[in-house]
Design a protein around this ligand. Structure first.
Ligand SMILES: Nc1ncnc2c1ncn2[C@@H]1O[C@H](COP(=O)(O)OP(=O)(O)OP(=O)(O)O)[C@@H](O)[C@H]1O
Ligand code: SF4
Ligand SMILES: [Mg+2]
Length: 325
């Protein structure tokens, strides 16, 4: 296989969340992401799935350099991004774009569609004048199923699905290779979700894009993902190609996530918030020793409480962190 477009090696992110002690002498640390590794092949989609608070957004932002990395390496197109600085880093970052988790918050309500989409083109000097900016904006709108008639409208004039198309057009403006789509359809009606996922899939084929598709819902990532990583409390607990995840899940947490697919109606709201299992995920400031899932795992044994299970091969290209399975 050719070299992956992105390799994440042993990534950890720790947030400083305050100070303890009379003089504030002890820092309180929250380890949001703990030693995770995965790679994403060119033109493919890596689905990153887990409950709310498991560290998905932090992983995406760390790859994009938007939060500091405590440990690990990000290798993009064979180059170690974590060792770059200045101009080289800025130009590399233009190749990676984010579709942020909150599509409404990310569109300035006082800017019209033309200005919203043209902004990155102007900031990065990809266009020389207003005419070029408009031409490229129309191209991007058409690519995402909108039209030149939308140029002078403001975000409030659009439905949720249309706004997400504008966000996608903006993310495409600089011709990135990698797009990190953070819960790109979670805020949309179920009927609209498939349209946006189809659009992303279509764009992937046409523009040979590589995606990291973040979701708390395994059902949502199923059709678009080539490979999937399951996160729990900052750790990757299972990593495999798409079909084995759905047909032969191994980790008890993956099984639990799958048992909530499809989501029954009365719990849709709960599931939308990313709560799919009974019980609470552990406190990220003081996670349990051993396997982090042991406080909720039906198969937990004495060893699980003491020792942390390493990621190990269970089948070709299928890794799992569990002592029992
Ligand atoms: N800027 C920050 N400062 C401190 N803690 C943070 C920060 N951002 C996230 N966290 C904490 O890090 C952990 C992981 O958060 P993150 O947003 O990455 O999770 P997530 O999987 O994206 O969750 P969701 O599904 O709710 O979006 C959580 O405990 C969260 O409270
Ligand atoms: S290591 Fe133990 S607690 Fe953790 S998932 Fe496996 S069986 Fe459950
Ligand atoms: Mg998130």
């Amino acid at each position: 296989m050719s070299r992956p477009l992105l390799e994440v090696r042993g990534l950890s992110v720790v947030y400083d969340v305050g100070r303890e002690g009379f003089w504030g002498q002890r820092r309180t640390r929250l380890q949001a992401v703990d030693d995770i590794s995965f790679s994403v092949e060119r033109g493919q989609t890596f689905g990153l799935v887990g409950e709310s608070g498991s560290g998905k957004t932090t992983t995406g932002r760390a790859i994009l350099g938007q939060v500091p990395i405590s440990k690990g390496r990000i290798i993009f197109d064979g180059q170690d991004v974590t060792r770059m600085d200045g101009r080289q880093l800025r130009s590399m970052r233009q190749n990676m774009q984010l579709i942020p988790q909150n599509p409404y918050g990310s569109l300035n309500p006082r800017m019209n569609v033309r200005d919203l989409i043209a902004e990155p083109l102007v900031v990065h000097r990809r266009v020389r004048n207003a005419r070029q900016a408009t031409e490229r904006t129309v191209e991007l709108l058409e690519l995402t199923g909108m039209s030149a008639a939308d140029l002078h409208k403001y975000p409030h004039a659009f439905s949720g699905g249309q706004r997400q198309r504008i966000v996608i057009a903006r993310a495409l403006a600089l011709n990135p290779h990698l797009i990190i789509a953070d819960e790109p359809v979670s805020a949309l009606d179920v009927s609209i979700q498939a349209q946006v996922v189809n659009l992303l899939q279509d764009l992937q084929e046409r523009l040979r894009l590589t995606y990291i598709f973040i979701s708390h819902d395994l059902a949502v990532v199923r059709h678009i993902s080539h490979r999937i990583g399951i996160m729990y409390a900052g750790k990757l607990v299972e990593r495999a190609d798409r079909d084995p995840i759905y047909q032969n899940p191994i980790h008890p947490y993956t099984e639990a996530l799958l048992s909530s697919v499809p989501i029954p109606d009365p719990t849709v709201e709960r599931a939308r918030r990313g709560e799919v299992l009974p019980g609470e995920p552990p406190d990220p400031i003081s996670p349990p020793a051993g396997c982090r899932f042991h406080t909720r795992c039906p198969l937990s044994q004495a060893r699980c409480v003491e020792d942390e299970p390493p990621m190990e091969n269970r089948a070709p290209a299928h890794q799992v962190a569990c002592w029992v399975r």
